[in-house]
Structure formats: structure tokens, C-alpha cells
Design a protein around this ligand. Sequence first.
Ligand code: 5AD
Length: 356
Amino acid sequence: MTHTHTPPDRQAILRWLVSDDPQEVAALWRLADLTRQCFVGDPVHLRGLVEVSNRCERNCLYCGIRADNRQLQRYLMLSDEILACAHKAVQVGFGTLVLQAGEDSAIEGQWVADIVRQVKEETDLAITLSLGERPDQDYQLWHAAGADRYLLRFETGNRELFDRIHPPLAGQSCDRLSILARLREIGYEVGSGVMVGIPGQSYDSLADDIDRFRTLDLDMIGVGPYIPHPDTPLASIGNRWALPPGEQVVNSVEMGYRVIALARLVCPQANIPSTTAFATLDGPVGRELGLQRGANIVMPNLTPQKYRRMYEIYPAKAASTEDAEQSCAAALRQIRALGRTVGTGRGDSPNLQKSI
Ligand code: 5AD
């Protein structure tokens, strides 16, 4: 069955993105769901997300935890607290632990490596790191310590727009695409993705980005609509940067689902989460729609309650007060109600296995 799948080319991607024909859009949802079913099946894998620190040295114009946002109290979890989250993940039946944080050079590479090693010693969890741009030696150290996967969104492949919303650190330039290639070389399962509807992002450039998912041969793809955060510069200058209507990508949930669906078509074997941004904008139904339009992964938040409200990359980020057990039970109910099954084991990307 798999060989009958013909992924859309760049032109077809663009057509789907801008289509205003409800029947065409409905056909996209159906095709994405079918493709998901053929290539990764019905299991929905659960990843436990731990937001390890909201300290950040960067000043991304869109992000609520940017360095210049003085409204925020900053935290760094203790290694014992992170370990406790890992055991919680095992207890509720997850196969993967995702450790995410802002970029903070005060977080030592070795400290992270020791945590990774300890989680690996004490559990069978797969470990995904999402710790931003780091020196190459840290990526190597963490992989050697047992980290399996790395997530780094390239946000937009439009170089000029990227530089505008993501100012480089003094004296450094950054090229996330080459970091992604390097992560693959080191041996990580590699994930990336974009925000949908960044002011200044055109449909043309978004079509390029989706096409790039294919050339990067991504194992994991995370996307979500851009959500303006009032304590960030982009929230106020966004209107000025927006392209003329028709060119500017709208930052709607629906456009987000289109990108999930197209990501599934171009990378049929990738692991694609129904991200928190959808649950934030669309409530519980947001997560369900993502799962019905190409996604096969859910990432319940395991961050201790006292830290959660401080990790506000965008406002009202799934302002859930549910604890790990509750959010896990809710996810399980939802998955079963959709007629899907709950994934067991680590849920490695079949995309990676094909290349070994
Ligand atoms: N709206 C939507 N997504 C955001 N992210 C950061 N800030 C925002 C925002 N305001 C996303 C980025 C980043 C990921 C961790 O969260 O894509 O890579």
C-alpha cells in the first residue's frame, strides 16, 4: 500500500495552503488521515514534557520567555525534580521523556548529561532534548550520555525573516539547518518545524518550508500557529510587518492543521504531535482535530505545577491545572474516543528505522 503514496510537490503544497474550496480542504484532511493510518497506524504515542527551565539568553521577538521579558520569574528545576518527573512518566505509562528549556549557557552541558545518564540508568524511557542552539560538544556529550532525539524548530526558512525575529547572540551567526544536519550526523533522531502565521511569512515561503521537511527527511515534525504574546515586541509590530492580505499566512488554527496535514503527506513516516498550541487555541477538540488530520503524537505536560505558569512562551499556554495523572487520563480517554490506540514502547520514528 505504501508505494501508491505520491507526496505533493511544492506547487501542490502551495495550492492546498491557499485553497478556499471547502471540499478541497476536506479532501486534504481525509488524505492526511489515510496517509497517517497507512504509514504509522493507529497508535498514538505519549511523550511526557518537562519544561526544565525558563531562563533564556535569547531575545526572540515572538517568545514570552525571551531575556528582556522582566515580567517573568525565572526558574531552573533541580535534577532530583527532573528525575521525579521521569519516574512519573514511567508510572503513567509513557515511553518518552522530553526535556525542554530556554537557551541558557549557565546550564552546564555536563549537568544535562548526568541527568540523561541517570534517567537512562533508572528507566527504559527514550529521551528527547529540546534545549535550543548549543555548542557542538554538548550535542555530542548528550548523545553519548544516552539522549535519543533532538528537537530544534527552524521556525521559518526565510533567512531574512528568521534573522528579524530571532536576533543572533553578539558576534555569532546561527544556521539551524546546518545544526539539524549535524544532529543527524551525531546520531540523533531529528525533529524540526515552523510557526504558522509569523508576521511577514508568505504562503510561498511556507510552501518552501513544508517542502524542506521532505529534503531534511525529518523524523519528527512539530508545528503550531504563531500566537502573539503581549509582553513581546512582535505582538505590537506584527501588524506593520504583515504582508498584504492574500500573501500573509494567517495564524489560524485551521492553517495550522493544514500544515500538519501537509507535513504528513511529505513525510509520511514522521512522528507528528498534535501540539499544545492547538489545545490552547481550540480547547480539547484542538488536540483531537490534530490527531485526525495527520498527527500521531500527544505530549502531556509533566512539569511540576509550581513552574508551569512561568513557562509562558505564548499566553494562556494550555493553562491546565491538571496534574500528570489527570492530563494522562484525559489524553487516554480522548485517544480511545477517536477509535485510536495508545502506543506502547518508545515510539521511535519508523522514518529512522528505514534508513538503518
Ligand atoms: N506562538 C507560537 N509558538 C511559539 N513558540 C515560541 N513562541 C511562540 C509563540 N508566541 C514555539 C517556537 C519554539 C517552540 C518551543 O515554541 O516554534 O520553537
